[in-house]
Structures are given as structure tokens and as C-alpha cells.
Design a protein. Structure first.
Length: 408
């Protein structure tokens, strides 16, 4: 089941009947460092706090917890909730999560990423609290996850699916995977594309003697920085490449750049708080990946009005329309990636055309308020299915208009 763009303004009834208490939502995620899931959760928590009492729990301090506190969002740290698998630590994490939920008494829990998704769903199920789970990436069977973890993941996901009310995938490609591997019944799975806040800052699309290509991604398994660097080595000397992000493979990539004699043309910018400003100064956005689901970084580029060149993996083609808002290339194909970048370096008019079309697509489908409205409707369905509408805050459609929903 996919949720189409709503044709109505959907909002939460902000309080319980006869009281002033707002609907209380608890978001739980494993890691707090900067990444796609964390960026998504921050956007979601920021949007929901306008109408609800929002709490965020994570297994560590980091980018996410700092950003949430800066916005006045209540943060909880579960110190034993870790990505690494350890039976004792995971058991303690389950106890910590149950104690937090018992103390805070949220009306609904929304869990993100595999470990928090498993432990959070079990804790919520044991306490009878409605819970939904978002799958952000499908890393099983890739270099990002060990073979043992990949083998264990599917049976564990199937078990945990029984403990939640809905499973959200951020791309239809993810929904297809959930069905293919029979993780949950089709009626339990919905697709809600990622959305981000809008920004008035747009790329200028002026004639640039030194075109700047930018990639924003963690240096980690699954992001193919090596392919991009080798493709870039074949491009015109006047082009420059900005690599934004940090991670475990950065040192290796810096060595590759030195070996290829590209140090004057490729700049490693590290973690940055000014990504929107960097994108505005860029001419082309690129994302070379071995695996993706629905990357936030591509939406940021489309928001800025940049043409996108990306590996055709996961749900990327649900955002990037080949030849209309960007160019898609087969993953791992260095020659195809170099050719696509070369075309956009040389053809300024096409850069401008693709960038404008990407901006229009973002505004129509991938803004934060579009995502929020779709999630509002899902939360409402979950509460109603639990028979909680008469006892807890419910969600309503205001200015009555139909919100379309179709079976795929």
C-alpha cells in the first residue's frame, strides 16, 4: 500500500478531550551521528513538535541529540542501545527502553533503524503501546553488513514485524523488498517518501569557468567514493570536486587522491553545517553508491535546483527522473559515471534545465510538510485500529477533503 500526496491539510488534534495534554510521540533510533536516518528523524521531530509533545531517544550523544536539544525537543539517552550485537548489552538496552516507556507513557512510538527497531518494537509490544517502524536502508547482503548479520536479519525482521502496527519504507523499492522477503503482510507496509524543509537558497546556474561537482555522503561501505574519484580523474582539468562528509574510508580515499595526482582538484571538506550553502555554490550534485534507499542528500540537491548524477540503486529513481531531473548510471560503472558528469560539465543549458525540473519535483513531492501530512494520517489509522481514539489524542482531517490511498 502506498500513500499518495494528500489533497487536504492534515493536522493533529493537539490535546486530549477535556485536558490540555498534547499527543505524546516517542522517536527511538540507535545512533546519533550524522546520517540519513538521523537527518530524517530530525526533520520529522522538528515538524511534529509544532503540534505534539515530541521526545527523541538514542543510544548515544551526537549530532542528532545536540540538534534536537537546540530546538527544545526532549532527548533521552539509552546507553546500552548500540549497533554492535551483544546479548548482555542488548538485554540491558531492552530493560532501559521499557523503563523509559513506562516512565514517559507515550501515546505512540516510532522506531528507526534495525537495532532500535527490534528492541523498541519488543518493548512497546510488551507494554501494549502502538508502534510503527521505519526501514531507512536495506544493507543486508552488502559490504556494509557482515554475512552473519545478513543471515540473521531476515528472521529477526519477520519476528519483530509481529510486534508493530505498521512498517514504513521510505521508497517503493523498500516496500518491494519487504514483500519479496515476506517480512510482513502487505497490508502492514506503507511507503512514505522522505521529505525535508524548504529553503529559498537556489543555485545560480551562471556560466562557471570552473564547474564544481559536489558529493555529500559519509565515507563508509556502500558509498562508492573510489568510483567517483577514478571517474573524476578522466574529466576536464577545469572541473573541481568537493567531498562533504567524514567516516572510516576517508583516509583511504585521501591516499587515492594523492596517488592519482588530484590533490589540487579534489577537496575533502569534512562534516559541514552549511551544506545548503555549499550546494548553492555548486554546479552538479553526484552520489556514487553501491546501495541506497531514498537519500536525503539527493533531496537537498534537488531543493537547491542542482542537476543530479546518481547510481541507479534502491529508490533513487523514485526521486531522480533520468533525463528530466538528472542522470542515472549503473552502479560500479566508472565509465558511465564519467560520461554523465562530462555531459553536464560541457552542457550548461542542460544543467540548468535538469536543475529547474528537479527543484519543481522537490517542491511538489518531497517537502517536509508533505511527509508530515502523510505520517499524520498513518498515525491516525494506527490509533483508530487500536480503538484509542476515544481515550487518547486522535488525528483528524481538517477542511474536509479526501486523502487518497491506493493499493499497489
Amino acid at each position: 500500500m502506498s500513500i499518495k500526496q494528500p489533497s487536504a491539510i492534515v493536522s493533529l488534534a493537539s490535546s486530549l478531550p477535556g485536558t490540555s495534554r498534547k499527543l505524546k510521540i516517542m522517536y527511538i533510533v540507535t545512533q546519533a551521528d550524522r546520517g540519513g536516518a538521523q537527518m530524517h528523524l530530525l526533520e520529522l521531530a522538528s515538524a511534529m513538535r509544532e503540534l505534539c509533545e515530541v521526545h527523541v531517544a538514542a543510544g548515544e550523544e551526537g549530532f542528532l541529540t545536540t540538534a534536537c536539544r537546540a530546538q527544545g525537543i526532549t532527548v533521552h539517552v539509552l546507553p546500552h542501545l548500540r549497533r554492535a550485537h551483544n546479548l548482555l548489552s542488548d538485554t540491558i538496552a531492552l530493560w532501559e527502553t521499557r523503563e523509559l516507556l513506562r516512565a514517559q507513557k507515550p501515546d505512540l512510538i516510532h522506531v528507526h533503524t534495525f537495532k532500535a527497531g527490534f528492541i523498541g518494537r519488543l518493548a512497546a509490544w510488551s507494554l501494549g503501546i502502538p508502534v510503527v517502524y521505519t526501514i531507512h536502508a536495506w544493507l543486508w547482503g552488502t559490504a556494509a553488513v557482515s554475512r552473519t548479520a545478513s543471515l540473521l536479519a531476515l528472521p529477526l525482521e519477520r519476528i519483530a514485524a509481529r510486534w508493530c502496527d505498521r512498517i514504513i519504507t521510505v521508497a517503493r523499492a523498500g516496500e518491494d523488498l519487504v514483500r519479496r522477503y515476506r517480512i510482513a503482510s502487505p497490508g502492514k507496509v506503507v511507503t512514505i517518501h522522505n521529505g525535508i524543509g524548504d529553503s529559498p537558497s537556489l543555485a545560480r546556474h551562471t556560466r562557471n569557468i570552473t564547474p564544481i561537482i559536489t558529493m555529500v555522503a559519509r565515507f563508509t561501505a556502500g558509498k562508492d567514493h573510489e568510483q567517483l574519484i577514478r571517474a573524476f580523474a578522466t574529466l576536464p582539468q577545469r572541473a573541481r570536486l568537493w567531498l562533504v562528509g567524514d567516516g572510516e574510508t576517508r583516509i583511504q580515499m585521501e591516499q587515492l587522491v594523492r596517488t592519482l595526482g588530484l590533490s589540487e582538484r579534489i577537496e575533502f571538506l569534512g562534516e559541514r553545517e552549511d551544506v545548503p550553502e555549499l550546494l548553492v555554490k555548486s554546479d552538479i550534485f553526484v552520489l556514487a553508491s553501491e546501495s541506497e534507499m531514498f537519500p536525503i542528500s539527493i533531496l537537498e540537491a534537488m531543493r537547491a535546483g542542482l542537476p543530479v548524477v546518481a547510481s541507479d540503486v534502491g529508490g533513487v529513481r523514485e526521486a531522480v527522473k533520468h533525463g528530466k531531473t538528472g542522470l542515472l548510471v549503473p552502479k560500479g560503472d566508472t565509465s558511465a559515471l564519467a560520461n554523465a558528469l562530462s555531459v553536464l560539465i560541457e552542457q550548461e543549458d542542460q544543467r540548468c534545465c535538469l536543475g529547474h525540473a528537479g527543484r519543481e519535483s522537490f517542491a511538489a513531492s518531497f517537502r517536509r510538510d508533505v511527509m508530515r501530512e502523510r505520517l499524520h494520517r498513518l498515525y491516525s489509522e494506527v490509533l483508530r485500529s487500536r480503538g484509542l481514539g476515544s481515550r487518547k489524542p486522535s488525528l483528524h482531517v481538517q477542511h474536509v477533503a479526501e486523502v487518497s490511498n491506493h493499493q499497489r
